[in-house]
Design a protein around this ligand. Structure first.
Ligand SMILES: N[C@@H](CCC(=O)N[C@@H](CSO)C(=O)NCC(=O)O)C(=O)O
Length: 215
């Protein structure tokens, strides 16, 4: 029985963000499915773990956490001496740059890409109609963010420097879904961004998340 429990669904983007981190750090975990389709995440038992009623939640002994990025940071720090060095704690400048680009993912990249994925992927799963005006507006915003990434990745193999880090890793789940839409062009039209995406998404950790989700 693994000490670490993750409540979520294997291909929910935010659950995948946590699972990818656990695997990259070589941490055993048990995934406990939460059936969103029946509203299990809105029931009192789950709300007691996650007051906003969203997945994922991580339980590690007497620690119960939510917010996937905070969970990934916790895992990266607690298990800093095993698996990939995702926080670069031996070099304060590198740690700081990991923090900058992890925040860029959350504040600049996530808002447009999560809206695009909702409109082009999630809505379709529930027979809802895409709002193309929203997609167009968010595509323009994401394009501007990716222009910054293209310039950064021309100088550095990864976002925080010439090392893979949590900053890169946090991008993977939503970008995976974007690449299944016609707006994959936003990534593929930028050569350094495209090379970066192909590199980070081919890592065994994320490939194992996909395999476990039968994708
Ligand atoms: N900022 C949070 C977002 C969690 C979230 O939206 N979870 C979704 C599934 S993943 O896309 C969710 O639980 N949706 C159901 C709902 O919001 O009711 C995080 O990073 O963990």
């Amino acid at each position: 029985m693994a000490a670490v429990k993750v409540y979520g669904l294997p291909l929910s983007t935010c659950t995948a963000r946590v699972l990818t981190c656990l695997i990259e750090k070589g941490v055993e975990y048990e995934l406990i499915p939460v059936d969103l389709s029946v509203g299990a995440h809105k029931q009192p038992a789950f709300l007691a773990k996650q007051p906003f009623g969203q997945i994922p939640v991580l339980e590690d002994g007497d620690v119960t956490l939510f917010e996937s990025r905070a969970i990934a940071s916790y895992v990266s720090y607690k298990y800093k001496d095993q698996g990939t060095d995702l926080l670069r704690l031996g070099n304060v400048k590198e740690t700081a740059l990991v923090g900058v680009w992890a925040e860029v993912e959350s504040q600049q990249y996530n808002p447009p890409i999560s809206t695009i994925v909702y409109e082009l992927v999630i809505k379709g799963m529930y027979g809802m109609t895409t709002d193309q005006a929203v997609v167009d507006a968010q595509s323009e915003k994401l394009g501007k963010v990716l222009d910054v990434y293209e310039a950064r990745l021309t100088e550095n193999k990864y976002l925080a420097g010439n090392f893979y880090s949590l900053a890169d890793q946090n991008h993977i789940p939503y970008t995976f879904f974007l690449m299944k839409t016609p707006l994959a062009s936003l990534i593929n039209s930028r050569p350094h961004v495209k090379a970066w995406w192909e590199d980070i998404s081919s890592r065994p950790s994320f490939q194992k998340v996909l395999a476990n989700a039968n994708v």
